[in-house]
Structures are given as structure tokens and as C-alpha cells.
Ligand binder design. Structure first.
Ligand SMILES: Cc1cc2nc3c(=O)[nH]c(=O)nc-3n(C[C@H](O)[C@H](O)[C@H](O)COP(=O)(O)OP(=O)(O)OC[C@H]3O[C@@H](n4cnc5c(N)ncnc54)[C@H](O)[C@@H]3O)c2cc1C
Length: 448
């Protein structure tokens, strides 16, 4: 008899800023009755909502319930930087030929399939185009070493037949109003999301299509019930023939993949809505997104009115927290780092206050694999985002839905071919080692 209890529920530190800057939402619809469906989905982030949408697409008669612990977009899916990136960060095709090229091309094709899936949701549900902006992104370089990395990356891209454009210091200043960057590599395929706008709207679209989407309904227990499953929340129960766990790192909270998942928290801050005077001192374009050429560097993004105000988002710092709860002290420390990074880049507006600072939970595996498979008969998972969940979790959601529906697809085949997440060192060695490593990598990438 399988009876799984949630040992932990998500604990959020700092507000879900992307949601806070949007118009208020309607009150949450909670599960407060007993309900029977064909498929129950635990978690309403990129993975869970994509799974629901894909199941509905395959067969609109499938009865589906999504159970989300908090509000939609309150978790990591609404706490990220909103870069839906088509290209791999590190290209594996070092020899410009053979297996590496094929692997890179496969990753790009999968990522673009996720973007196409999201675009079709935007079109079908009439989502505000400002929340799904195919503007591309820039890989910023603040040192000659980073510039060289960008040049080598551009050469790899050329070999893969992918376009990119190198921007010099002047062009970077024209885009951002910052003299911090020596150069930047623009690639056109990234979509810039207003992540909360996107997630909230996909939830609303699914509801209109007849999918149950319950918020503030954490699943506390999952037990075998006959041929299917019963999921219990505080106020109601759902029985379902099949279940998809799309709760990312909280897969472990139900006892799966213990000692194999790394719980990493990333931190970000967002300025107040910039007034006209500040905007004229800043200059630059109203929307842009810069990823660091070293992944442990700082991501910067500027958004405008239709996206929730003229604001700048600074994302930097990471910590490994097996207990899945970031502290107030860590949030305060990282907010100070964000202030410093912001001032380095924008000295003319360094006095602008940050309105929001927050932490968000990622789930990584050491070998970079996801957990998308059937864990028990009828119990599936679409978890372990590896930090790039806007595309990867969209894909695991689609893949898990295909698996549930018995539809073989390239996406599900890709994840099914992956290995198990490799074991971590025992605690506390894993925690100490990983945090020292993260600090060292952050220090190395301090200018980026
Ligand atoms: C600061 C920051 C910046 C980032 N920037 C980017 C970026 O630019 N691009 C990118 O691709 N990725 C980025 N990420 C990562 C991205 O946010 C995640 O990869 C993505 O949110 C993962 O989606 P998911 O649906 O798999 O998981 P989640 O978004 O974590 O969703 C899982 C959901 O499950 C719910 N849940 C958990 N337990 C239960 C339960 N018992 N019952 C019901 N519900 C439950 C949670 O509340 C949560 O909403 C960033 C993350 C952070 C924190």
C-alpha cells in the first residue's frame, strides 16, 4: 500500500515581485470538495500547467485537476528572470563536428519546441504580447576574458548555422545606458517573458477550457486507491486514475530521489517604477535582457510599462539549501549585493530604491538530468528543472503528458533516455562543499 506524505511544503522568502507589479487577481479557487478526475497534477508552474495544456490538447474530454500549493506564479515560475532561451548556455560541440554538434542541435530543437508550445498558448488564450516578447537577449561581457568567450560562442553558433551579432561597447551603451559592458553577443531566439503574467494567464486559459486549477491547495498525501490514486489537501480530496508530480524539488518531499537532488536558491531584486527624470538620466532602450557570459555572474533586465512598470531587475547570488528554506539573513545579504551590482552598472541612478527582493527555488541534478518518468504505476513526474525551467519544465510537462496519454513523442523519448540523477555527497559535506564552490564561482564571476 503506497501512502506518500508531503514532508515539506514550499516556503517563500520575499514577495513574488512579477505578480505584485501586475493588476490584482481574482480570489483563489481552492479545492474544498471531493472530486474525481482522470489526471491530477501536483504543482502549477511551467511543468504542471504545460502538462495540463498538453493533456487537454491531446483529448479535450480528459478530466484534469491542477493542485497548486500557493497562488499561481508565487513559486519559482513567477520568481525568475523571464528568459525563455532557445540556445544551450554551453555548447558541447568543441570539435565543431560529430556528436557535439548533433547534441547541441537536438537541445536547440527541443528548446524551440517548448517556445512554440508557449507561443501557441499565448495565441489561443489571448495573452498580452508584452508578456511574451520575442526580443532576443544579449550575453554581456564586462572583461576581455568574457569577450573572448563570447567570440568563441559566436563561432560555435556560426558552425551550427545559428545567427548572432556582436555589439561593441558603444552599442551596449546605446541599448542599456550602462558603460559596464565591453561587448555583448545578441542572439535573436530568446523570448522575454513577464513570467507571472504568462503563468497566471495560462492558468486562466486552462480554466476557461474546463481544466480545474486549484490554488492554495497543497497536496499533503498521495495514496493508492484501487487502480488509481487519492490526493488529499486540507479541505478536499481528488481521486485520479493517473497523477503527474510537477512540483520540481518538492518531488523529494514525497520521498523520491532522496540524496540526488540539489536544492539551489537564486536571489533577485527589482527597482521601483522609474520616474521620468530617472529614465532620462538612464537613457538606453525601454526593454532589454542581459545574461552574464559566466553563468555565476549577474543577470540584468529592463522592463517597461506594459510589463509592470519601468524597472530594472538584478539577479545574482546562489545558495545550496537541502532544507529548502532560505533565511531572511541570506535575503538581506543578497539584496545588498544586488544594490552594489546595480550601482556598478548604473552609477548615474545608483540612488534608485529597490522595491522588491526575493529568493526562488531551483532543483538541479549533478549530471544535469530531469526526472520525467513513471515512478510507480500511474504516478508520473515532470521534475528537476536544472535551472532553466521556462523551457526545460515546459518540456518535462509536455513529455509527462505524452507519457500519461500513451503517445510516444520525441520529447518524452528524450527524457526517458536520460540517466538517474547521480548521488550527492552525504550531508553536511554536500552542503558545505557546494556552498564553498558557489561562493568561489561567484567571486570568479564578480565583474560579470
Ligand atoms: C531568481 C531566479 C531567476 C531565474 N531565471 C530564469 C530564467 O531567466 N530562465 C529560466 O528558464 N529559468 C529561470 N529560473 C528557473 C525557473 O524559475 C525554474 O526553472 C522554473 O520555475 C521551474 O518550473 P517548474 O514548474 O518545474 O517548478 P516550479 O516553478 O518550482 O513549480 C512547482 C510548483 O509546485 C508547487 N508545489 C510544491 N509542493 C506542492 C504540493 N505538495 N502541493 C501542491 N503544489 C506543490 C510549488 O508551489 C510550485 O508552484 C530562475 C529562477 C530563479 C529563482
Amino acid at each position: 500500500m503506497i501512502n506518500l506524505r508531503a514532508e515539506r511544503l514550499p516556503v517563500h522568502r520575499g514577495p513574488a515581485a512579477w505578480s505584485a507589479i501586475l493588476p490584482d487577481q481574482a480570489p483563489p479557487v481552492r479545492l474544498d470538495e471531493d472530486l474525481a478526475v482522470d489526471v491530477a497534477i501536483v504543482g502549477g508552474g511551467f511543468a504542471g500547467l504545460s502538462a495540463a495544456r498538453r493533456l487537454h490538447e491531446i483529448d479535450a474530454r480528459t478530466r484534469i485537476a491542477v493542485l497548486e500549493a500557493g497562488r499561481l506564479a508565487e513559486g519559482a515560475s513567477g520568481r525568475n528572470s523571464g528568459f525563455m532561451i532557445d540556445l544551450p548556455h554551453d555548447l558541447s560541440s568543441e570539435d565543431y563536428a560529430g556528436k557535439g554538434v548533433a547534441a547541441d542541435q537536438k537541445t536547440i530543437a527541443l528548446n524551440r519546441a517548448a517556445i512554440a508550445f508557449a507561443r501557441s498558448a499565448v495565441e489561443e488564450y489571448g495573452i498580452d504580447p508584452a508578456w511574451f516578447d520575442p526580443a532576443g537577449k544579449i550575453n554581456g561581457a564586462a572583461s576581455t576574458k568574457a569577450h573572448e568567450l563570447n567570440r568563441s560562442y559566436a563561432a560555435h553558433l556560426g558552425h551550427l548555422g545559428e545567427s548572432s551579432e556582436m555589439l561593441d561597447e558603444k552599442a551596449m551603451f546605446a541599448v542599456t545606458g550602462s558603460r559596464h559592458y565591453l561587448s555583448g553577443l545578441y542572439t535573436p531566439g530568446t523570448v522575454m517573458l513577464q513570467p507571472a503574467g504568462y503563468i497566471r494567464s495560462v492558468g486562466a486559459g486552462l480554466r476557461k477550457a474546463g481544466v480545474h486549477v486549484f490554488e492554495e491547495s497543497p497536496v499533503m498525501r498521495i495514496a493508492r486507491a484501487g487502480q488509481g490514486w487519492e490526493l488529499a489537501t486540507q479541505r478536499g480530496r481528488v481521486t485520479a486514475a493517473k497523477v503527474i508530480l510537477a512540483n520540481n524539488g518538492h518531488l523529494e518531499s514525497f520521498g523520491f530521489k532522496r540524496g540526488r537532488l540539489m536544492h539551489i536558491f537564486l536571489y533577485a531584486s527589482m527597482t521601483v517604477d522609474l520616474d521620468r527624470d530617472t529614465l532620462s538620466r538612464l537613457g538606453g532602450q525601454p526593454r532589454w535582457g542581459i545574461t552574464p557570459s559566466d553563468p555565476m555572474g549577474t543577470t540584468m533586465r529592463r522592463i517597461d510599462g506594459p510589463q509592470g512598470g519601468n524597472r530594472i531587475v538584478t539577479r545574482s547570488c546562489a545558495s545550496f539549501l537541502p532544507g529548502m528554506v532560505p533565511s531572511e539573513a541570506a535575503l538581506a545579504r543578497t539584496a545588498r549585493v544586488h544594490r552594489r551590482k546595480f550601482a556598478d552598472r548604473f552609477p548615474s541612478i545608483a540612488d534608485v530604491p529597490m522595491e522588491f527582493s526575493w529568493a526562488g527555488h531551483l532543483c538541479l541534478s549533478r549530471n544535469g538530468v530531469a526526472v520525467m518518468r513513471e515512478l510507480e504505476p500511474g504516478l508520473f513526474s515532470a521534475c528537476c528543472d536544472n535551472g532553466l525551467g521556462t523551457v526545460r519544465s515546459t518540456l518535462t510537462g509536455i513529455g509527462a503528458a505524452d507519457l500519461v496519454a500513451g503517445r510516444a513523442s520525441d520529447i518524452s523519448a528524450h527524457f526517458l533516455s536520460e540517466d538517474e540523477p547521480t548521488k550527492l555527497a552525504p550531508s553536511p559535506f554536500a552542503e558545505i562543499g557546494a556552498n564553498i564552490y558557489l561562493k568561489w564561482r561567484e567571486w570568479q564571476a564578480r565583474r560579470e
